[in-house]
Design a protein around this ligand. Structure first.
Ligand SMILES: *Cc1c(COP(=O)(O)O)cnc(C)c1O
Length: 406
């Protein structure tokens, strides 16, 4: 592997060639062809790579030669995915991980030490909040949780030992937003790095690094795969921070499988058109359900009724594929609605071509205390709809017939 491949967003490299457009980067960033001249890149299912000579092996290990050694360190399928993601997010460098949670864990474990402090949005993915409240404190890393939408609260939470800000925007399932430029500026004046989990928006809708954030993390399991097949994650950011992350990941082993990287790299070729269709369908569903007589409340970032609509339009291209609703009749009403769905799947995933309905209170957020859930806007009656790519008339018809049954 050349150093260029390792550092795809390197400014020196960027100045050599005009940077490709978003879709061109997603489609034409490819590992070099083999002697077979295949058009679509094959998957490199190999755990290790061959040394030309004993001396070559020595030089690869000492760093005197550049090249692939072992798939925990680097693999053509995985490196291709990382190179694409860097171009799509506008970051210098990156590391791919086995899951989204490995990306969240790897970022924090690589960059923080005992005695360090994080400021984190209280509206983060369930496992992220469990990791920060139940695992990292055992190693002396403390977190203060803040309301995502209030930059003053982020500022007030800063301590002399604050090293990292962690945000997820839009949040799950409340669809609350963090003002990325404002909060990144607060992080930087505190000498901290700003991390954004960009899983819900994807780089097509929002590019946190271009809005001032330092590190972008992903669960590639969701919209990036887009068809509910594989798990994956990524950590993308400036070369210096990613060097620390790469060292940590090499030694501790949360590497992405080459097969999953190959699936994800192919998926990215259609990311923008898929995410646009998710948004188009979700916008139609959100407008249909907003002020619907059988729905108490509809949340969607680009609805006029969303309290942060103006911020959403400033930092996102479109509103995303998630619509969150509150139904009349409390938890029973929500359960009845979910049970009455005929096409939309009952599952906990999202970002799939198939529409999915989830009851956050009893599934994804069941581990939280009721008070914490209410702070996140998760009520007994809340249902998260991850709008898929089916014909939107069929999605709305299924929702309508299920609402009619209450
Ligand atoms: C799913 C998800 C994760 C965790 O990703 P996995 O791939 O399931 O490990 C992290 N953050 C967000 C916002 C997610 O939706």
């Amino acid at each position: 592997m050349s150093s260029q491949q390792r550092n795809p967003g390197d400014p020196a490299r960027r100045s050599n060639a005009p940077s490709p457009g978003f879709d061109t980067a997603a489609i034409r960033t490819q590992t070099a062809r083999s002697p077979h001249r295949e058009h679509s890149v094959p998957v490199y299912l190999t755990s290790s790579f061959v040394f030309d000579s004993a001396e070559h092996g020595r030089d690869l290990f000492s760093g005197d030669a550049e090249g692939l050694v072992y798939s925990r360190y680097g693999n053509p399928s995985v490196d291709e995915l990382v190179e694409k993601l860097c171009l799509m997010e506008g970051t210098e460098d990156g590391v791919a991980t086995a899951t989204g949670m490995a990306a969240m864990f790897g970022t924090i474990a690589a960059l923080l030490s005992a005695g360090d402090h994080l400021v984190c949005s209280r509206a983060v993915f369930g496992s992220t909040s469990q990791m920060l409240t139940r695992i990292f404190p055992r190693w002396g890393i403390e977190t203060t949780f803040v309301p995502p939408g209030d930059p003053a609260a982020w500022e007030a939470a800063v301590r002399p030992n604050t090293k990292l800000f962690f945000a997820e925007t839009p949040s799950n399932p409340g669809l609350e937003l963090v003002d990325i430029p404002a909060v990144a500026e607060i992080a930087h004046s505190a000498g901290a790095l700003m991390v954004v989990d960009n899983c819900f928006a994807t780089p097509w809708l929002q590019q946190p690094a271009r809005l001032g954030a330092d590190i972008v993390t992903h669960s590639a399991t969701k919209f990036m795969d887009g068809q509910g097949r594989v798990l994956g994650g990524a950590i993308l950011g400036p070369a210096q921070a990613i060097e620390e992350v790469r060292f940590f990941c090499r030694q501790t082993g949360p590497s992405m499988s080459p097969f999953n990287a190959w699936v994800l790299s192919k998926s990215l070729e259609t990311l923008s058109i898929r995410v646009d269709r998710h948004c188009e369908n979700a916008e139609a569903v959100a407008h249909h359900l907003d002020a619907h007589p059988r729905v108490e409340r509809t949340r969607y970032p680009f609805l006029d009724s969303h309290p942060q609509q103006e911020l959403a339009r400033r930092q996102m291209r479109r509103g995303g594929g998630l619509v969150t609703i509150d139904l009349p009749g409390g938890e029973e009403g929500a359960m009845q609605f979910i049970n009455a769905l005929r096409m939309i799947t009952r599952s906990s995933n999202l970002g799939d071509s198939r529409s999915i309905a989830t009851h956050p209170r009893t599934t994804t957020h069941a581990r939280l205390a009721e008070e914490e859930r209410l702070e996140l806007g998760i009520r007994p009656a809340t249902v998260r709809l991850a709008i898929g790519l089916e014909n939107v008339e069929d999605i709305i018809a299924d929702i309508e017939q299920a609402l009619g049954k209450e």
